[in-house]
Design a protein around this ligand. Structure first.
Ligand code: GLN
Length: 485
């Protein structure tokens, strides 16, 4: 077995025992990148030299007897909308093609202080808008299970890199499903943490009230390891919550006896592929055999969630993306004739189609005359959705649903049809609207050999329970097996 094939928690133990060095492990990933990256296209920027220097640093510290963190020496890829000091952070946009931040996002500082090795910056849909990573200005990432298919999105580079063993772990961001949906399509585990549990400082904002950074891994333990490293209060993010985050890694027992699992009928409707539904239900049945109990529940406002999501997300995006005006930083058009010409051409040339579509939609729903009809209604729906979840959680401990309504689709299949692309988020957006945590775990394969994912949603700040249920499921289903590339 190659070093890059081990799970991060296994690599961590091997490093600790001195069986391998951080340099060997990092080199193993870069060899793997050299072997498969031309097929997968997961990275926008590689950080090879600095990664090796960080690995050497960890080895030196270990040799001198210093006690090191579990993540010391573990190679981690970072989605390209998370700021990295001195390493380009493009958001997969022409607008930020040459932008090098002068600071690290809090999550990156946390990882670096623990000795994690940053492998590079991962491809995504431009400004995290999309469900297939086809909206990247630079390249189309391929699904490692079938190179003709999309990896999902917007964190498609993160999911594909982990699935192809081009990074041991990865960070992504999730505004409406962008960690869970690509995790599902690439057969890996992805966690969208509770809003406020992980600092967003240094994450380039898409829809600030919904955005959340979270981990990808090839098994539940790996995801717990990374979640524990990034969670916690940060004074630089006013929405980050002051509380203790007990280790989720240490609480993985796989014991689900008495766990009440809610099955919301609205998530098993006609928009969801029958095979996906059957896989999820079979996985739930396995948990029942281990002592969990099922309860049918109803979340009636689910049908309106997608509309509410696209109104709120676009409204916030239109405001957040106003900063890209050719004045402060990023792209500026050539030879502007006037200030207005500079604004117009910079934004017309710098943003891709999907980003422009959303800015226009967002500006529209916030404009006087339409604000009450759209934005205000969407915000009212948000309250209803939150309320329905709160009531549901009085009777159940976790809620199980499909993550994506379908398996990975062919590259190009949905690009001309935004509504069909938006329907990829039908099972995930409610979680962001309500600020809840949710994990996606692999739960089956289609007849084409493409992975399906099950989503487990928990109460606010109860990552522990959903990760433990995911772990119990994984014990029956088996852990990730790398696709042949
Ligand atoms: N696919 C969704 C969208 O296009 C979600 C994106 C995300 O979570 N960043 O908005």
């Amino acid at each position: 077995m190659k070093l890059y094939e081990y799970k991060a928690y296994e690599q961590s133990e091997m490093l600790k025992k001195g069986e391998i060095s951080a340099r060997e492990l990092t080199e193993s990933y870069f060899e793997r990148i050299d072997e498969v990256e031309s097929k997968v296209d997961a990275y926008i920027t590689l950080n090879r030299e600095n990664a090796l220097l960080s690995a050497d640093d960890v080895d030196k510290k270990r040799a001198s007897g210093e006690a090191l963190d579990k993540l010391a020496g573990i190679p981690i890829g970072i989605k390209d909308n998370i700021s990295t000091d001195g390493i380009k952070t493009t958001c997969a946009s022409k607008m930020l093609e040459n932008y090098e931040p002068v600071f690290n996002a809090t999550v990156v500082n946390k990882l670096k202080s623990k000795g994690a090795v940053i492998t590079g910056k991962l491809n995504m849909d431009e400004f995290a808008m999309g469900s297939s990573t086809e909206n990247s200005y630079f390249k189309k990432t391929k699904n490692p299970f079938d190179l003709d298919c999309v990896p999902g999105g917007s964190s498609g580079g993160s999911a594909a890199a982990v699935a192809a063993c081009e990074a041991s772990l990865a960070l992504g961001s999730d505004t409406g499903g962008s960690i869970r949906q690509p995790a599902s399509l690439c057969g890996v585990v992805g966690l969208k943490p509770t809003y406020g549990s992980v600092s967003r400082y240094g994450l380039v904002a898409f829809a600030s009230s919904l955005d959340q950074i979270g981990p990808f891994g090839r098994c539940v333990k790996d995801v717990a390891l990374l979640q524990d490293a990034i969670a916690g209060h940060d004074k630089m993010d006013a929405t980050s919550v002051k509380m203790d985050h007990a280790s989720t890694f240490d609480s993985l027992t796989g014991d689900v006896s008495g766990l009440r699992i809610g099955i919301p009928k609205e998530y098993f409707g006609s928009g969801v592929n029958d095979d996906v539904k059957a896989s999820v239900m079979q996985s739930v049945e396995e948990l029942v055999k281990k002592g969990a109990v099922i309860k049918e529940i109803s979340l009636p406002s689910t049908d309106y969630a997608l509309s509410a999501y696209y109104i709120i997300a676009c409204a916030e995006a239109s405001s957040n993306l106003a900063r890209f005006d050719g004045v402060k930083y990023g792209y500026r058009c050539d030879k502007p004739k006037s200030l207005i010409d500079m604004y117009e051409r910079t934004r017309s040339e710098g943003f891709g189609r999907e980003v422009k579509r959303r800015i226009i939609l967002g500006t529209f729903v916030l404009s006087s005359g339409y604000y009450d009809a759209y934005y205000k209604k969407a915000k009212l729906l948000q309250l209803r959705i939150k309320d329905e979840f709160n009531r549901a959680f009085e009777g159940v401990d976790v809620i199980a649903t499909p993550t994506s309504p379908f398996e990975a689709f062919k590259i190009g299949e949905k690009v001309g049809d935004p509504l069909s692309m938006y329907s990829a988020d039908i099972c995930t957006v409610t979680v962001n609207i309500a600020g809840l945590p949710a994990v996606s775990v692999p739960c089956g394969y289609s007849k084409n050999g493409l992975p399906y994912g099950m989503q487990l949603i928990g109460r606010h700040f109860d990552e522990k329970t959903i990760l433990n249920a995911a772990y119990a499921h994984e014990m029956c289903f088996g852990v990730f097996k790398a696709p042949k590339l």
